[in-house]
Design a protein around this ligand. Sequence first.
Ligand code: SF4
Ligand code: SF4
Length: 456
Amino acid sequence: MYQSGKRKWVYPRKPKGKYTNYRNLVSYILLLVYFVVPFIKINGNPLILFNVIDRAFFIFGQPFYPQDFFILTLGAIVSLISIIIFTIAFGRIFCGWICPQTIFMESIFRKIEYIIEGDRNSQMRLDRQEWNTEKIWKRSLKWTVYLITSLIITHFMFMYIVGYEEVLKIVSEGPFTHPTNFIVMILLTAAFYFVFAWFREQVCTLVCPYGRLQGVLIDKDTVNVFYDFNRGEGRSKWRKGEDRKAAGKGDCIDCHQCVVVCPTGIDIRDGQQLECINCTACIDACDEVMEKVGLPKGLIRYATENEIENQTPFKFTGRMKGFAIVLALLTGILGYLLTSRGEMEAKFIKPAGSTFFVRDGKITNTYNYTFLNKTNDKKVVTIKVIEPIHGEIIYSASSKITVDRDKITKGTINISFPEDDMTLSKQNITIGVYDLKGKLIDSYKTYFEGPFKLQF
Ligand code: SF4
Ligand code: SF4
């Protein structure tokens, strides 16, 4: 036996009030950051870039390579634990204030809808009415503006992957010169359009894994948007001049204003729900009502369940402290890895199938070198054998090798040893890479081959 039904479209009333103003401010700042960051460079490097195609990553202008993957992974773990701690302490504040889905939906697409179709009642009326001239042009205009907005958001998102120069180049050269990029752009635009024009709050209520995690992360000491049922019940319509306390009535006047503003279509008075994204719209709506009827504000407010049920103030629980200690440790390790990350990564690999040759009493091996300069400056380096010390480098070209910033440089060198010094047919060697001031930048352990030696 199963029940079927269809989606109930949510027409939230335009929120207004103290929290809405703060949230608007935060969202405008975040949107500004989103649209400006792709154009910011530090020492010629992008501030943020996740070029998964060329496997080049920049965070705050610092280049990261696949070799630094463990640092990025640790960074991701630290971020995840931060979110967990934050969620245990402050619930879904992230969803309501910072999440890109909420920001794009409430601060861009919903606002476009309010401008074109009007507030809740006008939208409901428009939905119900026949496809007359008004409905056709309003809907066409809204969907066209949505499409253009999705295209703009997608182009900026693409800038975080390939850089703004590349996106401008793709745009100026036209879709037929870059068919793959064009198809990706179209697919992403379609996804954005689908999410914000139609799927909307279902991302938060049905799809988002973070939302699903709430059940295990939050407890009675987590701060969330709560309806104070002790104060609000039993709810009853407002009657002017009535002494509600004497009549045994609570402060909730059952006006449904908290319900009609909710972007996920729930009634906060039914208790804590996974669908609540902590957007605060119901706090503002209820405060406005309380003000009008002369009752204290805060019937719906940020609080913990313990605070509402038992008047216990917010406290840091053992779980929060445990996670905070883990976070501090991981952040310390991450900081160490970031600061001790080498300027250069050098590798010396023997070419496949290569062996040694003997000439003038010396044994010589060939190595292909690869230098990855992780800094923002060009480096000129030399190579020396560190161990055993009597190894000699024979360069195929200059002894000074230039490694451009943020580039990989490849080449070949030969290393020779006096034949008499070679005690084993295969021995370990360490090759060092030095800057022109003689500072060791990186070293690499490999092996050196010579003729077979009999061991006695
Ligand atoms: S807005 Fe406040 S008073 Fe009105 S129904 Fe909601 S909780 Fe009750
Ligand atoms: S219940 Fe209130 S805080 Fe939660 S999503 Fe609805 S309006 Fe926002």
